[in-house]
Design a protein around this ligand. Structure first.
Ligand code: RP5
Length: 160
């Protein structure tokens, strides 16, 4: 099995369209990842086991997406010392505010880096993961600069 650097976890298959944005972004940077459906509430034991084993298997960063009462990122953070980035997902009549608060309001001592609700958050979670990885992987620094320059060019080249 090839080494997985970033684990992209989600609470349900219904989160996959959003979380694929993170996988696509990581692919752009050549960072290996795997997407797993594991739920803090519905598969708590399997979720904890996966979180506990990931560092030993060579993993470096978790990205966790969940909606409603979104416990996934917090539960993963409780079972690892690796960085965990939480993506709140809009999956209820509350428009993602429930998941946002569940993800961001972690008690002191169990950190989760929360990003924006939905696709923007999933993309930024991947970019944040790449920035974390770039601290020990010089090859990613140039790619991040290139990405930033491309974004800049898109704005400056805009013709109205
Ligand atoms: C959460 O409940 C999942 O992360 C998902 O966002 C939401 C709804 O799940 P499904 O009912 O679509 O499986 O645990």
């Amino acid at each position: 099995m090839s080494q997985v650097t970033v684990a992209i976890m989600m609470g349900s298959k219904s989160d996959a369209d959003i979380m694929r944005e993170a996988a696509n972004m990581l692919e752009e940077f050549g960072v290996s990842c795997e997407m797993r459906v594991l739920s803090a509430h519905r598969t708590p034991r399997e979720c904890a086991e996966y979180a506990e084993k990931f560092r030993k298997n060579g993993g470096k960063v978790f990205i966790c997406g969940a909606g409603v009462s979104a416990a996934l990122s917090g539960v993963v953070a409780a079972h690892t010392t690796l960085p965990v980035i939480g993506v709140p997902i809009d999956a209820s009549p509350l428009g993602g505010m429930d998941a946002l608060l569940s993800t961001v309001q972690m008690p002191p001592g169990v950190p989760v880096g929360a990003v924006a609700i939905g696709k923007s958050g999933a993309k930024n979670a991947a970019l944040l993961a790449v920035r974390i990885l770039s601290l020990s992987d010089e090859s990613l620094v140039g790619k991040l600069e290139q990405f930033r320059d491309n974004n800049k060019k898109k704005i400056l080249d805009t013709k109205l």
